[in-house]
Design a protein around this ligand. Structure first.
Ligand SMILES: [Fe+2]
Length: 191
């Protein structure tokens, strides 16, 4: 881990950092129970369980005062008529925010609070999103053929709580209707 300030580049085209020391990859099976069309999801897993997204991080101590940052690359795909998405999470320390900047592709951030507020922000290259503290967040790739690449930065002590989302999913889902991204209510909530 570096002990003096440092900078790095993003590889042209892919946006993979030229320096990183943590790499996470998630296949479709990592989102078990999250996609609405369970049969379509099982079929994709049975057909080879392809890679859905990758995260490149610059490792830093998970401490207050540090800022964890990196790049997430969400590959295009659909499960039934639902767009490829990340697992999504709350931060374990709820009152911690996160900054995103879209570098490539077309996508959205689906967000909600435990109190039931919801928000969806659409992202294209150059657009910056601030996820307020206490809002769970999940990214979605709305393109049929292009990676959705975002830069993220969040407080070092935030932690990740995936289990709350794994239970019911998000209250809102992004599906394709008449060729357009459409926000629908998740039937697992309040059904
Ligand atoms: Fe986060």
């Amino acid at each position: 881990m570096k002990t003096i300030p440092f900078s790095f580049d993003l590889t042209p085209g892919t946006f993979i950092p030229t320096a990183y020391d943590n790499y996470i990859r998630r296949q479709y099976s990592a989102l078990k129970g999250q996609y609405l069309d369970k049969a379509a999801h099982e079929a994709i897993i049975a057909a080879g369980d392809p890679l859905s997204y990758e995260v490149y991080e610059i490792r830093r101590p998970e401490l207050t005062g540090e800022i964890l940052h990196g790049i997430s690359i969400l590959h295009p795909g659909k499960v039934g008529d639902e767009y490829a998405m990340t697992k999504g999470h709350f931060h374990t320390v709820r009152d911690t925010g996160e900054v995103y900047m879209c570098l490539k592709g077309t996508g959205a951030m689906v967000m909600e609070t435990e109190a039931g507020e919801t928000a969806v922000e659409f992202l294209v290259p150059g657009r910056v999103l601030y996820v307020l503290p206490n809002w769970a967040h999940r990214s979605v790739n709305l393109s049929a053929d292009e990676d959705f690449v975002i830069f993220f930065a969040y407080p070092g002590h935030s932690g990740h709580d995936y289990s709350t989302i794994e239970k019911y999913g998000f209250r809102k889902l992004l599906v394709e209707r008449d060729g357009q991204p459409t926000i629908i209510d998740n039937p697992r909530w309040g059904g």
